[in-house]
Design a protein around this ligand. Structure first.
Ligand code: GLN
Length: 540
């Protein structure tokens, strides 16, 4: 029996950064609350095999899945909205497609043929769709195409989609166009021309939108929506308005209020149950009950692009929301602490400090200074991955007295390599996909703060790093105040200080598993301690 999979393609027009990932998640959520499962595939038309080798300043965060995928940050939105783990197989890049085609060519699988974009690259894309369709247990496949209509690099994907659309029954595919409708202040009205041009461009690729979702800073009036419908040749009710929202989690219901389910079921000939919005609604109600604001300081390197740490930012918000607080994130460029050590005192204004993950040595001394400041001033602290490793470096130098202690990532000639490569990492030359990646089981020590936060001694968390705490310093570092509290085999995964309000370091990235419904325990610990500091300061 052939599967009757319904394909929904989500394309973006006019500009990037429209929140296509949010729109895709919000549509998938509309299925989920109606007991239908949608698998989401994201296409990234760049030549990297995955997002692991890209600069977060350019591309945003690299999101890590349980199965060790280093994926586009949109996967974070998908998981946070749906509460389901995604797989590396769901992220297709041009790099993967070409890599596979070239390998086939070398093996002689196209022997005698001229290997070309049409048909070989297109067929490879179609093959990937087919594989995911066959292995996924869902009725709906959503395919979000990265980039913007008109990009040269997404052309092969659009052609593959056109062919797929042609070869399946009409009711098995639907095209969603996410567009930007600008509102120039000096004329105070929405402008539809960029959308009209994009639709024309899309039609030139042989694709026609069924649904247009309009993004704008402010709500769009009915007359303008009518105009878009008329000039883009779609029904009026198929043009939906999605202005900026105070919480992205309002998006699913905003689409629902414009009858998206009716449009989806009509076009796809799909019967949909009445929705159960209760868990989303209780979340949105929590937003309304917020009574205070915490300031969390993030000393880091990528301070310019908020998206570099998007999962960290979200995890902090999730944990704060649970206790009825908002968070204001203050990013500090750690190089400022290096150029003028007095700047470190700025951190006194925060309620908690989080030192996130990172690579390379730029700004690390400033991060170490920030960690020392939180330790000495008893400011709640959470160190993630590099932040954890640097907490060990700081403690080794300033408490244990190992002058010049460091990580070999920062200084190969350090006299005390308290963070270093494991044997199995030493011979690895290729940088792509070779870190310790994905979910590993961790055993926590009974009676510790971290075990209390997780409420369990066996946990699973996601990793993305190459260096480890050097176990040769295990005894020397544990001076009675510092305790290593979590282990995977012989590797040291977590630490805490017993003489501090909250000082926690974790080798893994707990933010990747945080959702608003289930905040991450180490983040919850930080927020609880930050609330105490904030309320203590106010009453002092
Ligand atoms: N650079 C460090 C390592 O590779 C930490 C990585 C991270 O913070 N994700 O081990």
């Amino acid at each position: 029996m052939p599967k009757n999979t319904k394909y929904i393609f989500v394309l973006g027009s006019v500009l990037s950064g429209l929140g296509k990932g949010i729109v895709t998640s919000a549509i998938a959520k509309n299925f989920q609350v109606r007991n239908k499962k949608a698998t989401i595939v994201k296409i990234d038309p760049y030549l990297n095999i995955d997002a692991g080798t890209m600069n977060p300043m350019e591309h945003g965060e690299t999101f890590v899945t349980d199965d060790g995928g280093e994926l586009d940050e949109d996967f974070g939105h998908y998981e946070r909205f749906l509460g389901e783990p995604m797989s590396r197989k769901q992220n297709i890049t041009t790099g993967q497609i070409y890599y596979s085609v070239i390998q086939k060519e070398r093996r002689g699988e196209y022997l005698g043929k001229t290997v070309q974009v049409v048909p070989h690259v297109i067929d490879e894309i179609l093959l990937r769709f087919k594989e995911i369709e066959e292995t996924s247990k869902s009725d709906i496949m959503m395919v979000e195409v990265g980039g913007t209509i008109g990009d040269i690099e997404s052309q092969p994907f659009l052609e593959a989609i056109r062919q797929l659309h042609m070869n399946i029954p009409e009711e098995n595919s639907l095209f969603v166009l996410v567009t930007y409708v600008p509102y120039p202040r000096h004329i105070s009205e929405h402008k539809t021309k960029p959308t009209q041009h994009s639709v024309r461009e899309l039609r030139a690729s042989g694709l026609v939108p069924d649904l247009i979702i309009c993004r704008s800073e402010v709500p769009i009036d009915t007359k303008t929506l009518q105009k878009i419908a008329f000039f883009c040749d779609v029904e009026r009710e198929a043009v939906l308005d999605l202005p900026d929202l105070s919480s992205v989690f309002e998006a699913p219901q905003l689409l629902d209020s414009q009858e998206i389910s009716h449009l989806l079921s009509k076009k796809l000939q799909l019967s949909l149950d009445t929705p159960d919005w209760s868990s989303l609604e209780s979340l949105l109600n929590q937003h309304k009950k917020i009574n205070g604001k915490l300031i969390i300081g993030i000393p880091g390197k990528y301070t310019d692009l908020v998206d570099s740490y998007i999962s960290v930012n979200e995890a902090l918000k999730h944990a704060a929301l649970k206790f009825g607080w908002n968070v204001e994130l203050r990013h500090y460029a750690t190089e400022d602490f290096e150029s003028n050590p007095e700047n470190i005192a700025k951190l006194n204004e925060v309620d908690g400090i989080l030192v996130p993950g990172g690579f390379g040595d730029r700004g690390t001394e400033g991060k170490i200074a920030a960690i020392q400041y939180s330790r000495r001033e008893n400011i709640p602290f959470l160190g993630i991955c590099l932040g954890f490793q640097l907490a060990v470096v700081e403690y080794a130098r300033n408490v244990i007295g190992l002058a010049g202690a460091s990580s070999t990532e920062i200084s190969e000639s350090t006299p005390y390599p308290v963070v270093c490569l494991q044997e199995e990492q030493k011979d690895i030359k290729n940088k792509g996909g070779t870190m310790r990646l994905g979910s590993y089981p961790i055993t926590l020590k009974e009676g510790t703060k971290i075990a209390e936060l997780y409420g369990s001694l066996e946990i699973n968390e996601r990793h993305r790093h190459r260096y480890e705490i050097n176990e040769n310093y295990f005894n020397q570092l544990q001076d009675g105040n510092l305790i290593f509290t979590g282990f995977y085999s012989h590797l040291l995964e977590t630490l805490e200080l017993s003489n501090h309000s909250y000082f926690m370091g974790v080798q893994y990235h707990p933010e990747f598993k945080s959702t608003p419904w289930k905040p991450s325990p180490p983040y919850e610990g930080l927020i609880k301690a930050a609330i105490q500091r904030s309320t203590g300061r106010k009453s002092a």
